[in-house]
Design a protein around this ligand. Structure first.
Ligand SMILES: Nc1ncnc2c1ncn2[C@@H]1O[C@H](COP(=O)(O)OP(=O)(O)O)[C@@H](O)[C@H]1O
Ligand SMILES: O=C(O)[C@@H](O)C(=O)COP(=O)(O)O
Length: 425
């Protein structure tokens, strides 16, 4: 298989978001969990999105896993790799965006790397290097309260400079608006100043199309689904990829019972849970009990099993920012996150053993823990439920045919769970 585009995503929801964008832009795309085993039967595709769970792990590990994925992709003929990060630049001052970018840049001997988390369809825009989430700067958005990586600085030139070993520049919107030659010239200027990466502004999809045309001439780019859109459209408009219809995961109904799990504490997910209460049974896990004893997963399973035959259920650990902060003060941020993720994975594993074949998971880290536990090696992309969230059909899963939706905490409308279930048959 010779690939037109290789992608490495730092979490699984982000990977499915990108795979969705590439598919809608006409690229035949598969999402793999880690580097696929040689015997995994993958269809002929234009793009592979290798999903890692590397956003919140130690930087050295994120670097080594990303480098291995990059090597695998380049050995399949890829000349450009997109390192997919979150559209809200989720990271800490220790990384992992900067360290991974630096390592991949060194490996492909790139001059200056273009970096943008802009994804206008979901309200993420970048102006003068500042990231906006809807109408507000990142540091005033709900991301200021993220349980693992609260974001307190909207100036991405500063944020990336704290994480990277190279100097960071800016390609501003006025330059992008002047077109590809202006962007190329600015990039050359920055490179000549010894600048190794530049945040590039983008407000509209047309900005991302310009960026995609220039980025595709280089070996590496860093960004969210928006730059994926730009790269994909560039591959199609330059004739390098013949656009395909977006239907790789259409197939027979999988049947089985359906369940939803929410570990995201984002404002959007909290609203979606409140809305789901009106249409399905919802169990709120007790986070303190998760951290102090082993019984909470079993309580959830005992609650869910008799209800599943009647219809979908939702099990949520999600709490408000105040409650999250209080739990973390009692138990520590990492310990709390990890224990809750593993409890969600325990619940998912046992729900699938009980016959669940349609599973919706809200939260990036939560999805990572669940998909790893289910040992699903890859996904084909199906219908779009909401911007950035497709129906996924598992490939090579031990449980057989399964549909999943991995929802980024911040994505989806208030009725997301019902919207997803309607499309997952
Ligand atoms: N009630 C809670 N208190 C503290 N942390 C929580 C709670 N519920 C879930 N978490 C943790 O918060 C993190 C949410 O991250 P994630 O699943 O990536 O969601 P998002 O997509 O919103 O970023 C996970 O590590 C999860 O285990
Ligand atoms: O780019 C995005 O916003 C998403 O694709 C993404 O990465 C989501 O991460 P989580 O919010 O942690 O699910």
């Amino acid at each position: 298989m010779t690939l037109a585009l290789g992608c490495i995503a730092d979490d699984y929801t982000g990977a499915s978001d990108l795979a969705n964008t590439l598919t809608r832009a006409g690229l035949r795309t598969v999402q793999t969990i880690g580097i696929p085993a040689d015997d995994l039967a993958l269809p002929e595709v234009d793009a592979v999105v290798v999903s890692l769970k590397s956003r919140s792990i130690e930087a050295g590990l994120a670097v080594s896993r990303s480098r291995a994925a990059d090597k695998w992709l380049r050995s399949r003929g890829v000349s450009h790799v997109l390192f997919k990060i979150c559209s809200t630049f989720d990271s800490t001052d220790a990384g992992n965006i900067g360290p991974v970018m630096d390592a991949l840049r060194a490996d492909c001997s790139e001059g200056a790397v273009l970096v943008t988390p802009a994804f206008p369809e979901t309200g993420r825009t970048v102006y003068q290097g500042n990231l906006f989430v809807g109408a507000v700067p990142l540091n005033e958005s709900p991301l200021k309260d993220h349980p693992l990586n609260p974001m307190h600085d909207s100036n991405l030139v500063r944020v990336l400079a704290r994480q990277s070993g190279t100097k960071i520049g800016l390609v501003d919107l006025a330059t992008v608006a002047r077109g590809t030659d202006a962007v190329r010239a600015r990039l050359a200027e920055l490179e000549a100043q010894g600048i190794g990466a530049a945040i590039i502004d983008a407000v509209f999809d047309r900005d991302l199309e310009t960026i995609g045309l220039v980025a595709g001439e280089h070996g590496l780019s860093v960004g969210a689904s928006g730059i994926g859109l730009g790269l994909a459209r560039a591959l199609v408009s330059t004739g390098k990829v013949k656009p395909a219809a977006a239907s790789s995961a259409a197939g027979a109904a999988v049947g089985g019972t359906a369940a939803c799990l929410a570990g995201s504490c984002s404002q959007a997910t909290l609203k979606q849970i409140a809305s789901a209460e009106k249409v399905m049974p919802v169990l709120h896990l007790d986070p303190d009990r998760i951290l102090t004893g082993p019984g909470e997963a079993q309580r959830a399973l005992d609650w869910a099993r008799p209800r599943l035959a009647e219809g979908p259920v939702l099990i949520a650990s999600s709490s408000t920012p105040d409650q999250v902060a209080a739990l973390q003060a009692r138990h520590g941020r990492d310990a709390a996150g990890h224990a809750i993720e593993q409890t969600m994975a325990d619940i998912a594993e046992n729900l699938v053993k009980s016959g669940v074949r349609r599973l919706i998971v809200a939260g990036g880290e939560t999805s990572g823990a669940v998909v790893d536990r289910l040992e699903i090696p890859g996904f084909l992309v199906g219908a779009e439920i909401a911007a950035g969230v497709p129906v996924l059909r598992a490939v090579g899963a031990e449980a057989g045919d399964m549909l999943l939706a991995l929802k980024s905490g911040n994505f989806g409308g208030p009725d997301f769970f019902s919207d997803a279930l309607r499309l997952m048959r």
